[in-house]
Design a protein around this ligand. Structure first.
Ligand SMILES: [Zn+2]
Ligand SMILES: [Zn+2]
Length: 265
């Protein structure tokens, strides 16, 4: 059974006219999984003709704003639109406190249940979600705050997402052989020193990780706003790993047993 991916935001740090920040939706036989929720994600979901209330589970990689600041607004809108069904949220420790404090201090409230799974581990990986459609395993990745990568498995297909992370070969066992690997690619190779300081990847490093993990295809995301056109990043990643594309907002892909294809559903 195929996995459908819609990219809501493919930029790093702060939104630009061309790229919003991190958010993606996976559709696995009708099960909608939101991965990261940057500011404005609820607008992007509507813009890309996905139903807000169809999202039942949200996984958050880390609490930096460009991955998390859209969550209170999204949850609030779900309430305002009459939601009664629960929402499951998987996020690093602290997320629940941020959301509950935000609602408490701002006088907003939601009436549907939120089922929280907070991640607070450093070694190995943990299964954070399992249902009839898929499993999601989380593993720690190397960033400036506690951050987790995710591996989503549906039948024989695997989608892996690591954003944000420094270069760290410890992630290889978790992403090995993925049908599609989505990696952050914040900087070009020339800014390797900055990437190291801020615990991000260069394009070349992203390509190298994909090559070493033996994945089937690499999707680059989380591009710095300094790159108006992604050509340099794509070229540098392809020097290490050829089957590579750059994400753009609104991009829809279908992950199949015979490879990944662009999808205009
Ligand atoms: Zn980020
Ligand atoms: Zn970050």
């Amino acid at each position: 059974m195929n996995i459908y991916l819609t990219v809501m935001g493919s930029g790093a740090a702060s939104p630009t006219g061309k790229r919003h920040c991190s958010a993606q939706v996976l559709n696995i036989r009708g099960f909608k999984l939101l991965i990261d929720c940057a500011e404005g994600t609820q607008d992007r979901i509507r813009q890309h003709h996905l139903k807000l209330q169809s999202i039942s589970t949200i996984v958050i990689s880390h609490l930096h704003g460009d991955h998390f600041f859209g969550l209170p607004g999204l949850l609030s809108t779900m309430h305002l639109c009459g939601r009664t069904e629960p929402v499951s949220i998987v996020a690093p420790k602290g997320a629940k406190q941020v959301i509950e404090t935000t609602f408490e201090l701002t006088g907003n409230h939601i009436e549907y249940p939120i089922e929280w799974t907070e991640m607070d581990f450093e070694e190995g990986e943990q299964r954070v979600l399992e249902n009839r459609k898929c499993t999601v395993d989380a593993f720690r990745i190397d960033h400036s705050v506690p951050t987790y990568g995710f591996r989503v498995t549906a039948d024989a297909l695997t989608y892996a997402y690591c954003c944000d992370t420094a270069y760290d070969e410890a992630i290889l066992p978790h992403i090995e052989g993925a049908d599609l690997l989505c990696l952050e690619c914040t900087f070009a190779n020339e800014l390797a020193e900055l990437a190291e300081q801020r615990k991000h990847l260069t394009a070349g490093q992203a390509g190298l990780l994909a090559q070493k993990a033996g994945v089937k295809q690499l999707l680059l995301t989380h591009l710095s706003a300094r790159y108006k056109e992604p050509d340099v990043l794509l070229q540098q990643a392809r020097e290490q790993y050829t089957n590579c594309i750059v994400a753009s907002d609104g991009m829809r892909m279908e992950i199949t047993a015979n490879g990944t294809k662009m999808n205009d559903l």
